[in-house]
Each structure stands twice: as C-alpha cells, then as structure tokens.
Design a protein around this ligand. Structure first.
Ligand code: COA
Length: 214
C-alpha cells in the first residue's frame, strides 16, 4: 500500500526542465526528472505487455558467463517469467581473460536454455547499452546475490542510465543457495579437482574438467 502511494506521489511531481524521450517532452535534469524517466520506462514496459501485438517487452541478461553457473540460470529463469523475450548477451570481453572463448560460452549456455522458449543467446562487443538499443530491448536484468554486489551494480546501472535513459535496469535476487557462487570460484575448485556439480550444469562441469585436464 505504502509503495503504491509512493509511486503515485512521484508521478505527480512536476519540474520545470524538459528533455526528449522519443516523441515526448519530459523533465530530465533533476532528481525528480530522473524519477519520471524511470517511471516512464517501467510504464513503457507495462504498456508493451498490455498491447502485446506490436512490440513485446524484451530484456537483455548480460554477463561474461565464464562459465555459466546455476546461479546465472536461476536469474535467467526469473527473467524469462518477467519478460516476453530475453536475450542472454555474452560479453566478448578480452579484458577479463576468460577461460572459454565467447563461442564456447554461448555453446555451453544453449542446451541449458532449450526449455525456455522465449530465451536466446548471443555475443556482444562494445557498450552494453548500444547493444540493447540495437536489439530494441526495454531493459537490462542483473542478479544481486549479496550486498557486496550492490555497489558495482549500482554504478553500472547509473552509468548505463546516463548513456541511455530509456533502458531500465531491473534487479532480481537469485536463490540464496547460489549467493556465494561465482564463475571464478567454480573455476578455482575445478582447477584443483574439486566437485562442482552442485554449482554448474553437467555440460559445464564436463567442459571444466576437460579444460583443466590439459
Ligand atoms: N550466479 C552466480 N554468479 C554470478 C551471478 C549469479 N546469479 N551473478 C553474477 N555472478 C558472478 C559471475 O560469475 C562473475 O564472477 P567472476 O567475477 O568470478 O567471473 C561476477 O559475478 C560478475 O559477473 P557478470 O555478471 O558476468 O558480470 P561481469 O562483471 O563479468 O560483466 C558486463 C559485466 C559484461 C555486463 C559489463 O562489464 C558490460 O556491460 N560490459 C560491456 C561494456 C560496457 O558497456 N561497459 C560499461 C558498463 S557501465
């Protein structure tokens, strides 16, 4: 109830500065203006879901996925329930020196999303928001595992909003059993022969075993 009232109050705020979102003139250069942009973006997603026939709400789930873990899949399943379409965007980011190539990471994800009919997987390079615009996405979805994720995610979401205000970032919490999982930890355990079957799907466990057997 309180939350609903809070949104109503924000929607009623008027500030004198204006900017453009698509065809519409809206306030932009004040904290309340930013709040309005965020609300319009969420409204836009809702409207697309309601009208359905022309455009459908589409989100991007980006990451390095080196490799994909059960925690990532948990986020993905939540995204697939919330959005009409989800694109898993594997960052072709040589800066992170991944163990697996981008093509290998896509190939490892693909069999694990076969049951999710509204999910597709691809790679991207360059700025995430440029990719999101190119794909006509409405939102970026990210998982928040613990408080320690917050600062990094917060900065990234605000920078992305600065670059493309119409692309909203949505956060979901993966199941707590995955709160301490990360791709690096899984790789470390696998490197020294530890069992990773609880944290990654079987095809990934197999690929890790093969990679570290070399
Ligand atoms: N379950 C398990 N692990 C998870 C997880 C979950 N639900 N969510 C995050 N993680 C882990 C990952 O395994 C990864 O672990 P690692 O660091 O040990 O490898 C870590 O959290 C961060 O992973 P990820 O979510 O893949 O983020 P990232 O930092 O690797 O990638 C990008 C972030 C690719 C989305 C970002 O760098 C980007 O957008 N790059 C494009 C360039 C750009 O636009 N830059 C400007 C951004 S403001």
């Amino acid at each position: 109830m309180m939350f609903g009232r809070f949104i109503l109050t924000l929607k009623q705020i008027r500030v004198p500065v204006e900017g453009n979102i698509g065809e519409e003139r809206v306030p932009t250069s004040s904290p309340t203006g930013e709040a309005q942009i965020a609300l319009r973006a969420v409204d836009g997603i809702t409207q697309k879901r309601e009208t359905g026939n022309v455009q459908r709400a589409h989100c991007i789930y980006p990451g390095t996925f080196d490799p994909i873990t059960c925690g990532h899949i948990d986020v993905l399943e939540r995204a697939a329930r919330l959005f009409d379409r989800v694109t898993v965007a594997v960052a072709d980011n040589p800066g992170k020196e991944p163990l697996f190539s981008a093509a290998e990471r896509v190939a490892m994800i693909a069999p694990n999303v076969k049951g999710l009919r509204n999910v597709s997987v691809t790679t991207f390079g360059g700025l995430l928001v440029d990719f999101a615009v190119e794909k006509k996405a409405d939102a970026i979805i990210r998982g928040l595992r613990a408080l320690s994720d917050f600062e990094f995610e917060f900065n990234m979401a605000l920078m992305n909003r600065h670059l493309q205000p119409q692309i909203e970032t949505i956060f979901v919490m993966p199941n707590e059993q995955f709160s301490y999982t990360s791709s690096s930890l899984v790789k470390q355990v696998a490197r020294y022969g530890g069992e990773v079957g609880h944290f990654v799907p079987p095809n990934v466990a197999k690929a890790l075993k093969k990679a570290f057997a070399k």
